[in-house]
Design a protein around this ligand. Structure first.
Ligand code: CA
Ligand code: CA
Length: 292
């Protein structure tokens, strides 16, 4: 299996970036990912008080997929997410949903052992591995890995996890797939703007869906379909995800717009994905619909 190493990190998904590997559809790949601060948070004295000089959320890649053309989609099956042995989180005054309650920067390192996060002497809980950044190169200017968009990017959906198949629009030849920002655990909303950030190894299979004509990423799981949205507020993000799900239900189940809307309202779940700091990074949301 081809290993895409951590030394290929970059901080913007950009069609001008040269691919580090060329693969055929159906290839299995392992992406080594750095944590969101590129390994610079080594002790609890290392604070989140200044941005990393190169940017947040390093992504590994990009990978060129043979035969992928604009109008197609990649289907990225998440096969495994291996976590490093220690992650960090932290607080910053004025940042995130409760930033007004925070007086000083604070960093917390959490050991990750035997599938558990050790928060402190008394509190431990099972890991919930997910991938924060996954995307293709956008058609225009490069987009920093802080930001989500129709190309994917920093979507922070808790459903980008093992077993998920992430469908990403292709905007440029070869698609140029990048992956980063693994979390050992993140609450929906990531309300402080920092999850349990950790280096990882993400094993995927990359398939090609010709002429899929996607507008945005969507995700399927064995039991559900999930559409994605982003926007300046969480309400805007939910609206986009709901519009996408209505389209999906109309197309797949042959429903009218009215029926899709009614079904979504009575059975679809609108979920917050990332709503920490909408003035800095667009809010993201998803619409989750069980397979019926
Ligand atoms: Ca993120
Ligand atoms: Ca993160």
């Amino acid at each position: 299996m081809l290993r895409i190493t951590r030394d290929t990190i970059h901080y913007a998904l950009d069609k001008a970036r040269a691919p580090v590997a060329v693969v055929d559809p159906g290839a299995e790949l392992l992406f080594e990912t750095w944590d969101a601060r590129t390994g610079t948070i080594r002790s609890e004295r290392d604070l989140l008080d200044a941005p990393h000089p190169d940017g947040p959320n390093p992504a590994t890649g990009p990978v060129f997929v043979r035969g992928a053309d604009p109008g197609d989609a990649l289907a990225v099956q998440i096969l495994d997410i291996a976590l490093g042995t220690r992650g960090y989180t932290g607080t910053r005054p004025g940042q995130g949903v409760l930033g007004h309650t925070i007086a000083a920067h604070r960093t917390r390192l959490c050991e990750i052992a035997d599938g558990m996060v050790v928060f402190n002497d008394r509190i431990r809980f099972p890991v919930r591995p997910m991938v924060g950044v996954i995307g293709t190169a956008p058609p225009g200017e490069g987009i920093g890995t802080l930001h989500p968009g129709p190309h994917g990017g920093n979507m922070d959906h808790n459903d980008v996890r093992v077993g998920a198949r992430v469908h990403l629009p292709v905007f440029v030849p070869g698609a140029l797939l990048s992956i980063g920002d693994v979390h050992a655990s993140m609450g929906d909303g990531e309300i402080s703007i920092t999850a349990l950030e950790v280096a990882g190894e993400v094993r995927v299979r990359v398939d090609l869906e010709k002429d899929a004509a996607l507008r945005r990423p969507w995700i399927d799981l064995p039991d559900s379909w999930i559409t994605t949205g982003d926007g300046p507020t969480i309400a805007d993000a939910i609206r986009v995800a709901a519009e996408e799900m209505a389209r999906l239900l109309m197309g797949r189940l042959g429903l009218s717009a009215d029926d899709a809307y009614m079904l979504l309202s009575i059975r679809g779940d609108a979920r917050v994905s990332q709503c920490a700091e909408p003035a800095v990074v667009a809010a993201t949301a998803r619409m989750v619909m069980p397979r019926l």
